[in-house]
Design a binder for this molecule. Structure first.
Ligand code: GLN
Length: 559
């Protein structure tokens, strides 16, 4: 039977519970143990697929086609655990299933209630993630903040779960905030005490506290927190702000968090080595040899979380090339009115990510035209590919008004159109082309060269598709189809032949990139951006290059 770690959060949201959970997973895996990761989300939506990015940030797609919380992306990037549909449970899913059982008559006349029916459904889902597989430790992150009405059933369920599986098999970790009050010049522990108090009221005594803080937590303060919160003093762990999230597992391990976890869970303690991770990921991120600037042209640019996996995958591509990436985040709508060179001339590569709806599309198309004409490396993802096709149709093939039928149903040149299987879809939730599909690569093209393979599998999330009626015209004019989905003859990758790197994909490679194993397309995109940078800076006054090299990793600029 596996051991269980439950992670809750207190005081405020956005403390980085997902990264903390993923980091604990990484640290435990380094000991040769197998972990499974799960996120419990208290909202009533069945999944985040129909939520606006302003509400939810990125929708992370798993191989098996589930639309999930972006924390699952952290789990996949940090750990080797397999992530799919079972790894994200929402209140919506629980009620959906309980109500279906009730309608079937499964409850035999009982009054259906939050306790025990919803709570039993929760514990069943927790058990399910490790069913039929060898898993040593299951790590479950409870979404929301302690004290929220919505998370109560989850907390009640994990309280009961510990009784069911035995005290030595479960620990509770609580992530809290120790704020620095400038006027007093002090770190304050009271919010942590209150948050732990709230947890105890519902019967959960945390075993370990992870304290988010801007300043160092002195020994005296840790002892104070330990005493007031009733935890052992080596179980108060400082989680200070770091320069790169990939440092977090190292920081936890340095403070002996792994030892404490093993002690509480009665697991034999083995030293786990994170030295490869430290050398290949953290050190390169902190002290890269080169710096490059990549423009991301999107419509949710002001939101940190909307393109989470894209930014991470770009960083991974950077790591693979010993380069730090400065993101220039460009609001596509602004490009609609301005000259693209004003925004893009200091960039070494441009990426247009996925998206839905018309807003900003014309700006994205302008950015793509600039890249095509000026031989700037371009990487289009999903909508970013569709826009590249539209741009080419309008400006090279002379198809005036060419468009996707998503944006103009009556266009005379529907170069992107609805998939046949999508024509009669009326329900919006979970009905896109979702999850991993195979893709056959064309020999000799940049995509095949990057992957060093003939066939790959990539994840999708879209309804619209390249319209095969036009394929010949595109091919003849120089936009080549270099990846296809074999069964349905669907276009998955296009490239412009006569361009150093102009590649656009219908799928989402960003979801499967890892810091120590950059996705091949991101790695090669950054590589070509680096050569473009040398060319761009040729003859430029050297101090610019020097100044760039001194900048910290993954800096963000907003245009
Ligand atoms: N809106 C487009 C479609 O549905 C692109 C989707 C995306 O970029 N994820 O096909």
């Amino acid at each position: 039977m596996p051991k269980y770690i439950f992670i809750t959060g207190g005081v405020v949201s956005s403390l980085g519970k997902g990264i903390a959970s993923a980091s604990i997973g990484k640290m435990i895996e380094a000991k040769g143990l197998k972990v499974a990761m799960q996120k419990l989300d208290p909202y009533i939506n069945v999944d985040p697929g129909t939520m606006n990015p302003y509400q939810h940030g990125e929708v992370y797609v798993t191989e098996d086609g589930a639309e999930t919380d972006l924390d699952l992306g952290h789990y996949e990037r940090f750990t080797a655990s397999s992530i799919g549909r079972l790894n994200n449970v929402t209140t919506g899913q629980l009620y959906y299933s309980v109500i279906a059982k009730e309608r079937r008559g499964d409850y035999l006349g009982a009054t259906v209630q939050v306790v025990p029916h919803i709570t039993d459904e929760i514990t069943e889902r927790i058990r399910e993630v490790s069913k039929g597989r060898r898993v040593d430790v299951v790590i479950v992150e409870v979404g929301g903040t302690v004290g929220d009405i919505e998370s109560l059933p989850f907390l009640e369920a994990i309280r009961q779960f510990r009784l069911e599986v035995g005290r030595d098999n479960v620990i509770n970790i609580h992530l809290t905030l120790v704020p620095f009050i400038r006027a007093a010049g002090e770190l304050k522990t009271k919010p942590t005490q209150h948050s732990v108090g709230r947890l105890r009221e519902i019967g959960i005594q945390p075993d370990i506290l992870l304290c988010r803080t801007e300043k160092k937590l002195a020994k005296g303060l840790k002892d104070k927190i330990a005493l007031f919160c009733n935890v052992e003093s080596d179980a108060v762990i400082e989680a200070r702000d770091v320069q790169t999230i990939y440092e977090v597992p190292l920081i936890f391990q340095e403070q002996g968090l792994d030892k404490v976890i093993c002690r509480f869970l009665r697991l034999d303690y083995k030293v786990g080595s994170l030295s490869e991770w430290k050398k290949n990921v953290v050190e390169v991120s902190l002290h890269p040899k080169h710096m490059i600037r990549i423009a991301v042209v999107g419509k949710y640019i002001e939101l940190q979380d909307a393109y989470k996996s894209i930014y991470e995958a770009l960083k991974h591509g950077g790591i693979a090339n010993n380069a730090g990436v400065i993101f220039k985040k460009i609001d596509a709508e602004k490009l609609e009115h301005g000259r693209p060179e004003k925004f893009l001339k200091d960039c070494d590569g441009v990426l247009v990510p996925g998206g839905f709806g018309t807003r900003g599309v014309e700006g994205k198309i302008k950015a793509i035209q600039y890249c095509r004409e000026n031989r700037v490396p371009y990487f289009g993802i999903c909508l970013g590919m569709q826009c590249a096709v539209i741009e080419f149709a309008r400006n090279i093939l002379g198809m005036k008004g060419a468009n996707s039928t998503e944006f103009n149903k009556k266009t005379s040149y529907p170069v992107i159109s609805l998939l046949e299987e999508q024509q009669n879809v009326t329900q919006m939730g979970g009905t896109m082309r979702l999850g991993a599909y195979p893709c056959i690569l064309k020999k000799g093209a940049n995509a095949a060269k990057a992957y060093r393979a003939e066939k790959v599998s990539e994840r999708h999330r879209h309804r619209y598709e390249f319209n095969n009626k036009f394929q010949d015209l595109f091919e003849k004019a120089g936009m080549k189809v270099t990846g296809v989905y074999p069964q349905g003859d669907l276009v998955e990758i296009v490239e412009i032949e006569d361009h150093p790197w102009f590649l656009a994909v219908q799928f989402h490679p960003e979801f499967s990139s890892k810091p120590d194993q950059a996705h091949p397309l991101f790695r090669e995109f950054i590589r070509s951006a680096l050569s473009y940078r040398d060319h761009r800076l040729e003859g430029a006054v050297l101090p610019e290059a020097g100044a760039e090299a001194l900048r910290p990793v993954s800096e963000i600029e907003v245009a």
